[in-house]
Write a protein that binds this ligand. Sequence first.
Ligand code: FAD
Ligand code: UDP
Length: 373
Amino acid sequence: MVEKFDYLVVGAGFAGAVLAERLAEELGKKCLVVDRRDHIAGNAYDKVDASGILIHAYGPHYFRTNSTRVVDYLSRFTQWHQVTYRVLVWTDGKYWQFPINLNTFEQYLGRSSTSEEMEATLAKWRENFPNPKNSEEMVLSQVGRKFYEMFFQNYTRKQWKRDPSELDASVCGRIPVRTNRDDRFVSETFQALPRDGYTAMFRKILDHPRITVRLSTDYRELPPTVKYDRMIYTGMIDEFYDFSEGRLPYRSMRFEPETLAREFFQPAMQVNYPNDHEFTRVVEIKHATGQKSPVTTIVREYPQDFGPGKEAYYPVPAPDSRQLYEKYAAKAKQEKNVVFVGRLATYRYYNMDQVVAMALTEFEKLKGTEANN
Ligand code: FAD
Ligand code: UDP
């Protein structure tokens, strides 16, 4: 029996879920959302593990944004649990405040200091790159070589299997550097987690009479009886074109959870390990969710190459990958009935709020297209 939809939405992450909801609710479109994973929420998926702890299955997801449009939109589907995200780095046998701030500087000196002294010292340490071309130049121009080597060089090599000099300046440039005592991991005005978790929020976004969700379903394996007019595609763009232009690089990750019979394992929700171990960081999300329990679950993150059977978690922001991506983007532009949205489909190292904003903007464009039809 033929099943007819207005839109096929490939991927039930932020990009797909937001677009399906907008199309269904505002334009009355019938949407089929498929995801090849067995759950909704894409990489933002969270779940209660066997010990009863809510964990982020694919790495920590710290929601933050400066966009009231994005907060207003998502607030229709969730209440919020305000959190100030705090991260530490473990190196040289101790915990360091991170991102680098006046406290980090004092730890380094082993005595108290002032913003003025820190500014003056950084002015000496900084290397002169007025327009940093890559992540190495970026960090050297902000804090100089000592802190680059302590905090950035090896973490970045481990995470990306590339030297910081081979990555866009924006990769390490994501991390703020401060000369005051502000110890927030990120600087955005709104920092909060969905009160009942991401998956619960996604359930509400997708709970619509005109939205059908099918999990463990690759769109390429849908039976020919499923018909649709347009497609929203949020998967890997090179895969969509059967890698015709060559393979885009991605970074994958192995997430290893461990439950411990104690209230907390570490002093912060995230500890980064630039210079020790094969993992990059240990996340104890319980610090951020505020969950009370006598046990705790930590997740260690081991970066790995992307390949068959592995998830593509990160596009690799670098000149070579961008050049290749542009070839796919040119093809995508020719498509009349497929819209490419999200982190993998547009090959951008985007945070959740940026993906939501992108989906809302795409929706406005689609609204225009639909109105002209
Ligand atoms: P995804 O969530 O990847 O969704 C795409 C979906 O499409 C996937 O579920 C996939 O299974 C599905 N799919 C692909 N191909 C097919 C196919 N052929 N058929 C069916 N389904 C298909 N952002 C923040 O804002 N803060 C953070 O702290 C943060 N931390 C992160 C930590 C890690 C380790 C990672 C990997 C990402 C992090 N992010 C964070 C980024 C965040 O995960 C993304 O911005 C967001 O999830 C992207 O949503 P998306 O819909 O574009 O993609
Ligand atoms: N980074 C680093 N040392 C750290 C933390 C981050 O060198 O202790 C660099 C690294 O290249 C990393 C990038 O900054 O990939 C962005 O860090 P973020 O924590 O934002 O990464 P994500 O959460 O997206 O994995």
